[in-house]
Design a binder for this molecule. Structure first.
Ligand code: GAP
Length: 465
């Protein structure tokens, strides 16, 4: 690996040109920081989700997965306080009318201030003090802070009136809380239980940006883990360890990942502890990938009083009745993908600096394609295709027939394919293929009959336990 630092722009431009990510609605001029995942991004995403499911759902005996609806009864969001409080503090520059989130612009220009612990009045005081300048025109006069509702509103049914207002969910978590009773009843499980969900969430962010880091539509992988009150610290530590294990499996570099405990002033009023996992993004610095929060009985308590349904749990161990407490590990999938791509990207010099290659060092388990199969000559396409068909039933694989073998290797390095399999003229006689490994570029002959086993062993060997 090279020691060279690569900029955020260099990496994201590679992601766009190679087909990981496309600008959303591009043929119509795009849509304000919206992005579509191309074939490579979609595969990478599937593999990260698979790993998350294996680690947190199959891997933890207490956990189950559900898939709730995106559009929920608006009473859900009244109960949680989202309708009243899910706001961002909005300011406009009085000169050039550029629009900002007050907390973000203060954080960027006065990093010594703890913006998360500040009230709206305090944020306003800083914005009006002349210490903050508009990044667009350099002036220091802003409108007073206005609160901006971040939930996307729409209408259900044919009439567009107050009664038919619904919201796109701003987090997947509430689909889990409102189903707590259903899951307990139908699974006949006891506490503790973790209910997991992967799905889209929507927030009308004032300042989306930094590629897929902050968008208005994104995917979350969330768990609400319910347990007996008093066990909060035990399960909080349990999930800290498990999240650490998951991040290790993804192969992110240790020195680029940190766990950051929230200061008391930063904590939501119902939370006794919260830890964020952050990644050090090139050009941007530390950014949050996920949070692990102790939420007590806040959400179930709110839904219980708003819905008048009994969401308590009768503990068969001691016959006591209580509202379970919750620890919530909440990953943002798109941010995680961006971190993985930044972490994997490298440009390596070859042949004493006469040549270079772009290489994405993804862990073998999550790379978009595990294998590329290549015939050395077009005359060998039919036989090589048989090898591809065999591999393709087990792994995400690509059949590449164009350009020199060297060029094809470079293409696969640039999208992170860990193994390239070449079918050459000798293969017809010895029934072997040449397998070339992405990182070391070493090559070895492998019998075609044993190829799938070889790939399986390679992926397992490269897996972080
Ligand atoms: N249920 C808790 C919850 O939603 P959050 O910290 O607001 O907590 C969790 O969101 C994760 O979702 C974040 O750590 C981040 O990775 C991701 N996320 C939040 N807003 C996002 C946005 N606008 N764009 C991309 N990812 C976002």
């Amino acid at each position: 690996m090279s020691e060279k630092q690569h900029t955020f722009e260099e990496i994201t431009s590679h992601l766009v040109t190679s087909g990981f990510v496309y600008p959303g609605s591009e043929i119509y001029g795009g849509l304000s920081n919206s992005w579509d995942y191309g074939p490579l991004g979609a595969l990478l995403k599937n593999h990260v989700k698979d790993l998350w499911l294996r680690h947190f759902v199959r891997g933890i005996e207490y956990n189950v997965q559900i898939d709730p609806a995106i559009i929920m009864n608006p009473k859900v969001w009244e109960a949680t306080g989202h309708v009243a409080n899910f706001h961002d503090p909005l300011v406009d520059c009085k000169y050039c009318h550029a629009r900002y989130r007050a907390d973000q612009i203060i954080h960027e220009q006065k990093s010594e201030l703890d913006v998360d612990g500040m009230t709206q009045e305090q944020l306003n005081d800083v914005m009006q003090s002349g210490q903050i300048t508009c990044p667009s025109c350099g002036k220091s006069e802003f409108t007073p802070i206005r609160q901006f509702q971040m939930m996307f509103k729409t209408f259900i049914g044919v009439t567009e009136d107050k009664q038919s207002v619904v919201y796109l969910r701003p987090e997947t978590a509430q689909g889990i809380f409102v189903n707590f009773k259903n899951v307990m009843r139908t699974t006949r499980r006891k506490l503790p239980i973790g209910i997991c969900d992967i799905g889209k969430a929507f927030r009308n962010e004032i300042t989306p940006g930094n590629f897929t880091f902050r968008t208005r539509e994104f995917e979350q992988m969330e768990i609400e883990f319910f347990f007996k009150p008093g066990e909060d610290q035990k399960w909080f530590e349990f999930y800290k360890e498990n999240c650490k294990g998951f991040v290790e499996k993804l192969g992110l570099k240790d020195e680029k990942v940190r766990f950051r405990d929230h200061e008391p002033a930063e904590l939501a009023f119902y939370s006794s502890a919260t830890t964020d996992i952050e990644y050090f993004f090139p050009s941007l610095g530390w950014g949050e990938l996920m949070g692990i929060a102790c939420r007590g009985d806040y959400d179930l308590g709110r839904h219980m009083s708003s819905s008048s349904q009994d969401l308590t749990y009768l503990d068969p161990e001691d016959n006591t009745k209580y509202i379970p407490h919750v620890v919530e590990p909440s990953f943002g999938l798109d941010r995680l993908m961006l971190a993985l791509c930044c972490d994997a990207y490298d440009v390596e010099s070859l042949n004493d600096g006469k040549d270079e290659r772009i290489v994405m060092h993804f862990a073998a388990e999550i790379a978009p394609y595990t294998v590329a199969v290549m015939p050395l000559s077009n005359k060998l396409n039919d036989q090589a295709k048989k090898v591809f068909d065999m591999v393709h039933t087990e792994y995400d694989a690509i059949f590449d027939t164009t350009g020199s073998i060297g060029k094809r290797y470079r293409r696969e390095d640039a999208i992170g394919t860990p193994l390239c399999v070449t079918f050459d003229f000798e293969s017809e006689n010895d029934h072997c293929v040449t397998v070339r490994e992405r990182d070391s570029m070493s090559q070895e002959r492998v019998a075609i009959d044993e190829l799938n086993d070889y790939i399986h062993r390679f992926v397992s060997k490269n897996r972080v336990k």
